[in-house]
Design a protein around this ligand. Sequence first.
Ligand SMILES: Nc1nc2c(c(=O)[nH]1)N[C@H]1C(S)=C(S)[C@@H](COP(=O)(O)O)O[C@H]1N2
Ligand SMILES: [Mo]
Length: 298
Amino acid sequence: MPQLSWSDVTPKATFLNRRRVLAGLAASAGLGLGQVSAQSADTTGLEPNSFEDITNYNNFYEFGADKTDPARYAGQLTVDPWSVRVDGLVDRPGTYDLSDLIGDFPVEERIYRLRCVEGWSMVIPWHGFELRHLLARIEPQPSARYVAFETLLRPEEMPGQRTRLLDWPYREGLRLDEAMHPLTIIATGLYGEDLPNQNGAPLRLVVPWKYGFKSVKSIVRITLTETQPETTWQMLQPQEYGFYANVNPEVDHPRWSQASERRIGAGFFAPRVPTEMFNGYAEQVAGLYTGMDLRANY
Ligand SMILES: Nc1nc2c(c(=O)[nH]1)N[C@H]1C(S)=C(S)[C@@H](COP(=O)(O)O)O[C@H]1N2
Ligand SMILES: [Mo]
């Protein structure tokens, strides 16, 4: 695994309302959601999208397929109490209360690009912790090679789950080395505030070099497996959505080009911008895929 270095990364907290960020981080500490480090890492050099964009233009099919459905309906989701079931090839399986599972991990701000497979993108100032800390706590066994995640199944509070839009619950997965990479985080907030429900409260995966659908929201189950887990979009349309789903401007979706993207918030007439290999994170993550055919493993 390549060693991630932050040396070429410039902290750009200037874009953010510093007081809001620090207040938010303090609020998370108050909730017991993690030791706060003031560290902020910007991996984009771009101005983050507004809080309004990030919380009103969402994909969260559990609340409906329209981009505005999550903002409209996710408020009814109960996120406290929350527990996460950990099972499969781990030495510490069990059903954990959220704060027992993640309570003392160092929380950082990470400003990441998010590129949806549909061809739009945003820049989001998450806060959260590296997934590898959580994996270390649950102790994967030597035979474990993949991590599978599941979203909450609660049709009473998730109107989309009362339809057959997707095969519920929403499932995603990573290879273990991808999951251990220091860029892979579990987000618990954004803009220094607790994660809004429409963005996947209380905890969601963020894998910035992959298409957004890999970043599964409102996680209730984490399973370590030896074989590649089944994932929602791949099961639904295997020719269109692969397990890897690495952002790649050279591999088009069967129905549209992936060479460029529309930046949300840039204005309707703003030109599309070129999509970058691995969403701009090639230097850090390309080594994970050495020798792999990225066209076959889309
Ligand atoms: N459970 C669940 N997770 C999900 C989705 C979903 O529909 N359900 N949509 C995915 C897609 S396609 C994208 S682009 C991102 C969007 O995250 P955001 O709304 O926080 O920007 O969430 C991903 N995680
Ligand atoms: Mo997406």
